[in-house]
Write a protein that binds this ligand. Structure first.
Ligand code: B12
Length: 232
């Protein structure tokens, strides 16, 4: 079994301590953050049959979820911080404490409590010096809209893994536009959203995964104004 498959299996089994140890070792040995995120996501995806309305093995799924969050927070976040520190040392950017130039308001749509994917997106964006406002899960449409306007957000990120919750997503962009904030880009993600499409959900973009979403945010920002913190 290769190491990434082993990591996926540890997460799937909820073996959090072992998963964290292996992920740390892999990152030290030049494994990419993308590969670690891919492996832990796979570990969760395998559990889909234990998470249906008819067959809900809650403990198994929650233990795997905990293992994934620990790998993200203890290994991936540390690695991203190291990479950021190195960029500062190499003088490619000014101090990360410089005011973030991009604000992302992110949450999981009302009726849906799945928040692991959103957590990954928030982590990646935070280490790219975004101001991330994480609204959590089961978030009403009005909360997305009011927070985005109040915080002068550049982006709203909305996650959905429950197909029944999809119709609400469409209201986010249409309400922002009605209120004169068409400039705030709304980006969707999550397995349910991916079963639909940009137009049906009224989105500016539908992200295939967290890295695709991050690329969209960075490219959209770069197209609007050059970042003041970049020296490269
Ligand atoms: C873990 C899990 C749970 C956990 C969630 C824990 C948590 N803290 O999130 C718990 C146990 C709570 C749970 C509950 C339920 N679940 Co559940 N769950 C899952 C499972 C197994 C994994 C989901 C996951 O976290 N994957 C890992 C993450 C990293 O992947 P991801 O979310 O897709 O995110 C990636 C990308 O999509 C992207 N992304 C995600 N969001 C966003 C947002 C933006 C802006 C961007 C840019 C990118 C992005 O970034 C991530 C990394 O690339 C899935 C199966 C599956 N294959 O998806 C079922 C699944 C989602 N659950 C399902 C169901 C049915 C339920 C329950 C109804 C079960 C029940 N009997 O009650 C409840 C729902 C309660 C509710 N109202 O929400 C169904 C949904 C079916 C549907 N299409 O509607 C699924 C698909 C399983 C199945 N049967 O097929 N679940």
């Amino acid at each position: 079994m290769d190491h990434l498959t082993e990591l996926a299996t540890l997460v799937q089994r909820g073996e959090n301590t072992e998963a964290v140890l292996l992920a740390s070792k892999l990152l030290e040995n030049s494994c990419k953050v993308e590969e670690i995120v891919g492996a832990v996501s796979k570990g969760l995806a395998i559990l889909r049959n234990k998470c249906t309305v008819e067959n809900f093995q809650l403990l198994d799924v929650l233990l795997a979820s905990r293992a994934m969050v620990e790998v993200m927070d203890e290994c991936v976040a540390r690695q991203l911080q190291n990479e950021l520190d190195k960029m500062v040392t190499d003088q490619k950017i000014d101090t990360p404490a410089d005011a973030p130039t991009t604000t992302l308001v992110i949450g999981t749509i009302q009726g849906d409590v799945h928040d692991l994917g959103k957590h990954i997106v928030a982590t990646l964006c935070r280490f790219n010096n975004f101001n991330v406002i994480n609204l959590g899960k089961d978030v009403p449409v009005d909360t997305f809209i009011n927070t985005a306007i109040k915080e002068s957000a550049d982006f709203v990120g909305v996650s959905s893994l429950m197909t029944v919750c999809l119709p609400k997503i469409k209201l986010i962009k249409s309400s922002l536009t009605e209120k004169g904030h068409n400039n705030i880009k709304v980006v969707g993600g999550g397995s349910a959203a991916l079963q639909s499409d940009v137009d049906s959900l009224g989105l500016d973009y539908l992200a295939y995964d967290a890295f695709d979403g991050l690329d969209y945010f960075l490219n959209a920002q770069a197209a609007q104004a050059p970042k003041t913190t970049s020296k490269a």
